[in-house]
Design a binder for this molecule. Structure first.
Ligand code: PGA
Length: 249
């Protein structure tokens, strides 16, 4: 595939530092940088340092945090700040993943606040959007996507959108083995792009698709030019399997 693609691995709560280092050793041994292909890894925060160290010398790889607080420091027990992950070598940050939104109550407003803070620090946010099954079946997909986008459009200055990457991850497709069809994904990606450009954001924003992506469906998904890459959970946990997936397309 000739266009630039991002393959993002979201390890969630898997791979402590030792396992993360072993993963990277194997993955780096069986892959080489490929033109137009960026590889992003989101290990648990405690494994950031070991993944960053392992990936040194591979300019095609960016490491990121799965979540951050918008304040640079303070009395926020259990939280982690942007300067902290930056010092650990993070260049990208996953924001508003559906598990953060649905299991931990993160709001659209907080997602926008975090995105603004990440951009201000010079890192790149990967902000996630997506509807639940009930919302899709109730015909509310468009409404939900627009509601989730609104605070981002409101708070992120148009010029900063140049560094913002979005991921469309329908909640019903995450970890369920049921991916959105390429047509369904492409349709929502277009809705997002149309909405963002109508609000005066210049250029074309990159949008990844996430939700049960695997070696069997990635080619059909990436055949749609509306998709600029994939955000992958389960299928990114095994070094050989992930190497195989990023080698497709
Ligand atoms: P999955 O997760 O690939 O296991 O469906 C995707 C995600 O949560 O980002």
């Amino acid at each position: 595939m000739s266009r630039a693609l991002i393959y993002a691995a979201n390890w969630k709560m898997h791979h402590a530092p030792g396992a993360a280092r072993a993963f990277m050793e194997r993955f780096l041994a069986v892959t080489a940088p490929a033109p137009g292909r960026s590889l992003w890894f989101f290990p648990p925060a405690i494994s950031l340092g070991s993944v960053v160290a392992a990936a040194a010398g591979r300019p095609d790889i960016s490491i990121g945090a799965q979540n951050v607080h918008w304040e640079p420091k303070g009395a926020f027990t259990g939280e982690i700040s942007i300067p902290m992950v930056q010092e650990a070598g993070a260049r990208v940050v996953l924001i508003g993943h559906s598990e953060r939104r649905h299991l931990f109550g993160e709001t659209d407003e907080q997602v926008a606040r975090k995105s603004v803070a990440v951009l201000k620090a010079g890192l790149q946010p990967l902000a996630c959007l997506g509807e639940t099954l009930a919302e899709r079946e109730g015909g509310r997909t468009e409404h939900v996507i627009l509601r989730q986008l609104e605070p981002l459009l409101d708070k992120v200055p148009p010029a900063d959108w140049e560094r913002l990457v979005l991921a469309y991850e329908p909640v019903w497709a995450i970890g369920t083995g049921r991916n959105a069809t390429p047509d369904d994904a492409a349709q929502v990606h277009e809705l997002i792009r149309f909405t963002v450009s109508r609000r005066g954001v210049p250029g074309r924003i990159p949008i990844l698709y996430g939700g049960s992506v695997n070696t069997g469906n990635v080619l059909a998904l990436l055949a749609r030019p509306e998709l600029d890459g994939v955000l992958v959970g389960g299928a990114s946990l095994d070094a050989d399997g992930w190497a195989e997936l990023v080698g497709l397309g």
